[in-house]
Design a protein around this ligand. Structure first.
Ligand code: FUC
Length: 352
């Protein structure tokens, strides 16, 4: 196992470094100290061919100019907050709007677009990086000084574990995730329509036209949102279900886990033989099938097009602070925000 670092670019006066974590089983994960962005995940297919399975750019400036949160950590709060506002203990906080009237993925300068302090580490079983960021009281409108640490840890079982921790000195809200777009075909050979997703979820959150949850939880049975026994992502892309159409032909929805505690989401693609198992302690996974990726730019040499990647954003429920029925995302000064999501890659196919 080893860690390699390279200069990737400059941001303001700071160096942007790309660290590559390499294990002994042929897997590597590359990431930046800017936004904790995962630029590449190299894993073998069924024949042992090692290829990249996430969307990323070769040039740092593309991350500044073009990126729809490729590979980054998003925070302080993932997803949309309606009217960019929330109330805590009778005080109304006004956040920076960055998508019409909504506040999306932490605002104009979210955790995806700041430099994090980094500390590489290696132990008997893994190589990794620790990231630290101090978000000052009032940043993007949020209350409290928030100290966040994130750990990326790669072991020899082809498992990448992301551990999130945050502490505040004032009551605030926190909901962190990673926004990697996966494509298991390898080097973007195909889009993700033939990927099969499987998870234990019986309900999903209905979205309004602004893509913010209405508060209504919909029964997934007999809909394109039923992934219990495995389902091709294409079924939601081609569906006339009003929620798939509203999302831009596909999915952009929080799928609620049936059971509390640890849950696993399986993503696989038959042709490459690759499977990704995502295990998390979070309440939901926001499934986004890259419905708006199309544009006059390239992603790792491939012309950007819709459905070229799929995000599995494990997190608390979006807009929870404005929805009394959703589990709380409030963090108090005497508490530690703690969340863990593991990504394990295999090269055999499960599901249907
Ligand atoms: C996802 C979606 C959004 C948005 C963004 C880039 O998390 O929920 O709709 O397009 O990513």
């Amino acid at each position: 196992m080893k860690i390699i670092d390279n200069l990737f670019g400059h941001y303001n006066d700071e160096s942007v470094l790309e660290y590559t974590l390499v294990n002994d089983a042929g897997m590597s994960v590359s990431c930046l100290n800017y936004g904790c962005i995962i630029t590449k995940i190299m894993v073998p297919d069924r024949s042992g061919k090692i290829e990249n399975v996430v969307l990323g750019f070769e040039n740092f400036n593309d991350y500044l100019d073009l990126s729809p949160y490729f590979g980054s950590v998003v925070g302080r709060v993932a997803g949309r907050i309606s009217n960019s506002q929330f109330e805590l203990d009778g005080h109304v906080y006004q956040l920076t709007p960055n998508e019409d009237r909504s506040h999306l993925h932490g605002g104009k300068k979210g955790f995806n677009s700041v430099i994090w302090k980094t500390e590489p580490f290696q132990d008997e079983n893994a190589v990794g990086l620790k990231f630290f960021y101090h978000s000052p009281n009032g940043e993007e409108g949020y209350p409290g000084n928030l100290d966040t640490s994130i750990i990326y840890r790669l072991n020899n079982q082809n498992e990448l574990t992301i551990t999130y921790e945050a502490r505040t000195d004032q009551k605030t809200i926190v909901n962190l995730t990673n926004h990697s777009y996966f494509n298991l075909s390898g080097n973007l050979k195909r889009d993700v329509s033939q990927h099969i997703l499987q998870l234990d979820s019986e309900r999903f959150l209905e979205l309004g036209l602004d893509k913010i949850p209405t508060g209504k939880m919909i029964d997934s049975r007999n809909t394109p949102f039923d992934f219990k026994h495995g389902r091709l992502l294409k079924s939601g892309m081609n569906s006339s279900h009003p929620q798939n159409v509203l999302a831009g032909n596909g999915y952009d929805h929080p799928l609620l886990f049936t059971k509390k505690g640890e849950n696993t989401v399986a993503l696989s693609e038959k042709e490459s033989g690759r499977t990704l198992l995502v295990t998390t302690d979070q309440h939901c996974v926001v499934l986004y099938t890259g419905n708006h990726l199309e544009g006059p730019y390239s992603i790792s040499g491939v012309r950007a097009r819709n459905h070229l990647g799929v995000c599995l954003e494990t997190q608390g429920l979006p807009d929870a602070i404005n929805k009394p029925d959703f589990p709380s995302i409030v963090l108090n000064p005497d508490e530690v925000y703690h969340a863990v999501t593991k990504y394990r890659f295999f090269s055999n196919t499960i599901g249907v």
